[in-house]
Design a protein around this ligand. Structure first.
Ligand code: APR
Ligand code: PHB
Length: 390
């Protein structure tokens, strides 16, 4: 089998790239390790920048997002028993974010790939890129017991943090930058009315908490837990009791609880690999970088990678102009690092670190006090939260 661009991974990055390229007449094949049901069963964050929505519209998959996505013009930071609003719209000259679950977004992308006859091979075992530093790279895998070989011009690794693409690059050709945090987020999805129509990020001496939502009847809550905890350590009752303790009184008394329909722990990690290209293999999304979820940057940073790569590939195939491909890594990384900085800053500001000194605590308190006493500091937060231009 032959295609122009072989894509590994059918998460949002791989599906969006495949759909965008298809509309510009560029052929792709997507190889996904898991089943479609498995991919659609994952619950991930759901705050999108408007530039992401614009890319979805360009890919002709923005209709439901425009109809059902909720525009959020602000969010709250709760601390010391009060909550203070970050007026995104006022602070950014009219910008906002869109709350739309990643699961729904992935469903829309799948639906579009079906509609346009896109090739997505599921349950692809042992996917491997070959000869990526030569002119004729190819992919191999096993599907239903059959060995499949796909010859391509380019291979794009959209296979997430644990994928094979990054691991196939010789160690001396890449550099890894990373930081692990000594805690995770325990998340609960429940079919209850959200406690607040706008997100509440709460910092408390017992740890961080977040009140988020998916719709008017679906809530998503998180609490910071030690990374050694497991989901089984927390009953629904214990989870909500702990969440209540970390929220201001008026919020916790308004909290409606209900049985969890999903409960999981996500570790917090900052990770970047440089460069994001090795020969004819390009990395995009979580395959190249991970952020802690505090700044809602993960999916949005994946979107900017896809934007740069999409334009680079279109320029290559339509004009034989390779400048976009040559500068992809550099351009993508410039934005990746801005997202890294912001996510790290939000994480440091709002979490309790088990090893923090009294000095660290005072700095954290002062950072928060400074934020809410300075329009400029708040404007900087807002500018980063709504997303810097691509
Ligand atoms: N072969 C084929 N597919 C693979 C392999 C492999 N060896 N390893 C992983 N995959 C698949 C996964 O099963 C998954 O469906 O690659 C896909 C990667 O998808 P995501 O992890 O969702 O990554 P990405 O598409 O880059 O999504 C961007 O940003 O931070 C986030 O939460 C956000 O997940 C979102 C991400
Ligand atoms: C979520 O709704 O899952 C969510 C929202 C904002 C974040 C992280 C996660 O910063």
């Amino acid at each position: 089998m032959r295609t122009q661009v072989g894509i590994i991974g059918a998460g949002p990055s791989g599906l969006l790239l495949s759909q965008l390229l298809h509309l510009r007449g560029i052929e792709t094949v997507v190889l996904e390790k898991h089943s479609r049901e498995y991919v659609l069963g994952r619950i991930r964050a759901g705050v999108l920048e408007h530039s992401f929505a614009a890319l979805m519209r360009e890919a002709q998959v923005g209709e439901r997002l425009d109809r059902e996505g909720q525009i959020h013009e602000g969010f709250f930071i709760a601390h010391d028993g009060i909550k203070e609003r970050v007026d995104l719209r006022g602070l950014t000259g009219g910008k906002s974010v869109i709350v739309y679950g990643q699961t729904e977004l992935t469903r829309d992308l799948y639906e579009a790939r079906d509609r346009f006859g896109g090739v997505v091979m599921h349950n692809a075992e042992d996917v491997r890129p070959h000869d990526v530093d030569g002119p004729q790279p190819y992919l191999t895998c096993r599907v239903g017991g059959e060995v499949v070989r796909i010859d391509c011009d380019y291979i794009v690794g959209c296979d997430g943090f644990h994928g094979v693409s990054r691991q196939s690059i010789p160690k001396d050709k890449i550099r890894v930058f990373e930081r692990d945090y000594p805690f995770g987020w325990l998340g609960v999805l429940s079919r209850t009315k959200p406690v607040s129509p706008e997100l509440i990020y709460a910092t408390h001496e017992r740890g961080f908490a977040l009140c988020s939502l998916r719709s008017e009847a679906l809530s998503r809550y998180y609490i910071q837990v030690p990374f050694t905890d497991s989901v089984d350590d927390w009953s629904d009752e214990e989870f909500f009791e702990e969440l209540r303790r970390r929220l201001p009184g008026d919020v916790s008394s308004a909290l409606i609880t209900g049985p969890s329909i999903e409960k999981s722990i996500a570790p917090l990690r900052s990770f970047v690999v440089e460069p994001m290209r090795f020969g004819n293999l390009f990395l995009a999304g979580d395959a190249a970088h991970i952020v802690p979820p505090t700044g809602a940057r993960g999916l949005n940073t994946a979107a900017s990678d896809i934007y740069y790569l999409y334009h680079a590939l279109v320029d290559h195939y339509s004009k034989w102009d390779n400048r976009g491909l040559e500068t992809y890594s550099q351009r993508a990384l410039a934005r990746v690092w801005k997202g890294q900085r912001f996510s790290w800053w939000m994480t440091m500001l709002l979490h309790r670190f088990p090893d923090s000194s009294p000095f660290d605590r005072r700095l954290q308190e002062t950072e928060l006090a400074y934020l809410f006493s300075s329009e400029e500091a708040l404007a900087s937060l807002a500018e980063n939260y709504v997303g810097q231009p691509f």
